[in-house]
Structure formats: structure tokens, C-alpha cells
Design a protein around this ligand. Structure first.
Ligand SMILES: [Zn+2]
Length: 321
């Protein structure tokens, strides 16, 4: 959309100089980045996969969506190129999640894009430590270490993700009113699917031998709380951090006391720590995917199929009765 700034490749430099001299300063000779924006559709830049997926599902044929985080890229420490910043400025809307990606937060706050949608503002966030969802067996002398800031991993809870979908739908309606009816229909369909997924998790995890699971990166706190489980994370909210020797000892003790069978790692980050701990404590390893990106290694092609795979992995690890 954004009709003020059309591609002008092919116009001689002199014409641009003349146009600039005439005060038509909004013309830009740089059109390479226009692939990400400046289409005849409603151009949405999404920060990373779960938001890209929402924008595509809700926008349908009316939107052109690009993601700042490429498939396979770990989103937490994303850096943004000058081209991406330029494309952001030319898009109609940006959909991001404050506090997940500092570089994106900066680029959005400096950008003049008309519609800025912060997914975090569309649902509720909580502070989460290394342990979420009620205390596991007494193992912990260090208490629940406070982690920096609010837990951004709201999309892994289908209920919160549905709240974000509702908010995104409303924002699209407002920003692109001629397609409002379709955005409303698509949002309702998506929310219905998320409600069904929520029910599947609820029934699927209602009767298990243990309620405790160990993950490398503390991404599953909201999911754990939603379904009455306890997440014990080896690392913090940032997947690349290293656990202390004491934390590792505590986890091994707890694993024994709570009948934990499996240490989960994820697809986009090294599984070294998980494998070491699992070997020391005689546990299995498996993948629990935080869906921060979809790659060939993902156990599904989109949010829903990967969540189904996560449910299956949890059922196996927790021992469904
Ligand atoms: Zn994460």
C-alpha cells in the first residue's frame, strides 16, 4: 500500500535530483528494500515467526507479510540490518513483542511506521524465574532465582496467543478498514482453532504420572501454568546463558524426587547442556520446541502442528495415564 512512496527504479538520477530540488523529497532511489514493503497490499513487518503467522492468518490475501527474523535464526539476540530498518519505515504496520528483541524495540521506536502493534500489550505478562508453576520437590536451597524482566514467551500459551490474535485483528481493521470484515472473519476462525488446541492440551495433560519437566530455555512458563505443570529451566529466559554448577546439582536432585524422565532441548540452540545433564542424571532427552522459528528440523510446518508435537512430547515425558 503506502502509495506515497512508489518504486522509482529506472528514473534517471537527474530526474531524481530535479524532483528533490522541486521539494518532492519523499522520493527514494533505493528500491531494493521495497520487496519487504511497498506492495499494493497491506504491508506488515513481523518481528519473528509466531507474529508472522498471526499476521498471515488474520490478513489472508490482503496482506504482504515479511519477518525480521529469518527461519533458523535465534530471535532473542537478533540484529537488524540497515535494509531491514529501511523496509520497516516503508511498511504499513509493524507487529512486534516488546522485551523479546532489543534491536527490534529500538528500530520500531525510531521508525515512523504508522501502525505499531506491540503484542505484549494485547495480553498479560508475568515475571518468571527458573521454576514456574508451583514448587517441585524440595531440592532448592537457592529459591527461585529472579530473572530479568517479564517473560516474553506468551505465544506458547494458546489462551494468551488467542488474546494477541484478537488484538492484532482489531488493529488490522483499524489500519486497513476496507478489509475489516475479512480480518474479523479470519481472526474468529483462528481464535476458534486456538480454543480447540487449548482443550487438547487440557485433556491431554490432565492425568500424568509426574507434573514436572526440565527444559534448557525457560520458554514454557506460561504453558506450564496453564496446564498445571511445573517447568524447571536449566538456563534462564535467554537460551544462550550457562547454568551454574549448583543449579545443575539441584536439578539432578529434583529430577530424582519428582520422577522426571526427560530433559528437553530446542531446535534452534545447541543441545550440549541438555545432553550433559541428561547423561549425568540418567535421563532421556527430547525436543520441546519454543516455536521461535520454523525450519526443516521443526516437527511440523506451522504453529499448530509444532504445538501438537510439543503436546505429544510432554505426554510421553510426563507419563500420560
Ligand atoms: Zn525464547
Amino acid at each position: 500500500m503506502n502509495v506515497r512512496r512508489r518504486r522509482i527504479s529506472g528514473i534517471p538520477a537527474i530526474a531524481i535530483a530535479a524532483a528533490t530540488a522541486l521539494g518532492l523529497g519523499t522520493l527514494s532511489a533505493c528500491s531494493d528494500t521495497a520487496s519487504a514493503a511497498n506492495t499494493d497490499k497491506f504491508d506488515v513487518v513481523a518481528a519473528f515467526y509466531p507474529l508472522q503467522y498471526l499476521a498471515e492468518q488474520i490478513g489472508g490475501d490482503h496482506v504482504h507479510v515479511t519477518s525480521l527474523t529469518k527461519p533458523g535464526q535465534e530471535p532473542h539476540d537478533l540484529e537488524i540490518s540497515a535494509q531491514q530498518t529501511a523496509a520497516l519505515g516503508e511498511s504499513d504496520a509493524v507487529l512486534y513483542l516488546k522485551n523479546l528483541q532489543p534491536a527490534v524495540d529500538d528500530a520500531v521506536s525510531q521508525s515512523e511506521v504508522k501502525t505499531k502493534i506491540d503484542a505484549a500489550s494485547l495480553t498479560t505478562e508475568e515475571k518468571h524465574g527458573n521454576e514456574v508453576g508451583g514448587h517441585a520437590a524440595t531440592h532448592d536451597t537457592s529459591k527461585n532465582e529472579e530473572l530479568a524482566g517479564l517473560d516474553p514467551h506468551i505465544w506458547l500459551d494458546p489462551v494468551r496467543y488467542a488474546q494477541v490474535a484478537e488484538g492484532v485483528g482489531k488493529a488490522f481493521e483499524k489500519a486497513d478498514p476496507k478489509n475489516a470484515a475479512d480480518y474479523r472473519t479470519n481472526t474468529a476462525a483462528l481464535v476458534k482453532k486456538l480454543d480447540a488446541l487449548d482443550t487438547e492440551f487440557k485433556t491431554g495433560l490432565a492425568n500424568t504420572k509426574t507434573k514436572v519437566f526440565i527444559t534448557t530455555h525457560a520458554a514454557f512458563g506460561y504453558l506450564a501454568e496453564r496446564y498445571g505443570l511445573t517447568e524447571e529451566a536449566i538456563n534462564g529466559l535467554d537460551p544462550e546463558s550457562e547454568p551454574s554448577a549448583k543449579r545443575v546439582k539441584d536439578l539432578e536432585k529434583m529430577a530424582k524426587a519428582d520422577g522426571v524422565t526427560t530433559v528437553f532441548y530446542e531446535t534452534l540452540v545447541s543441545d550440549k547442556t541438555a545432553k550433559t545433564i541428561a547423561a549425568d542424571a540418567n535421563l532421556k532427552t527430547d525436543v520441546l520446541d519454543p516455536i521461535e522459528g520454523i525450519t526443516k528440523k521443526s516437527r511440523g510446518k506451522d504453529y499448530f502442528s509444532v504445538q501438537q508435537a510439543n503436546l505429544k512430547a510432554l505426554q510421553t515425558a510426563l507419563g500420560t495415564k
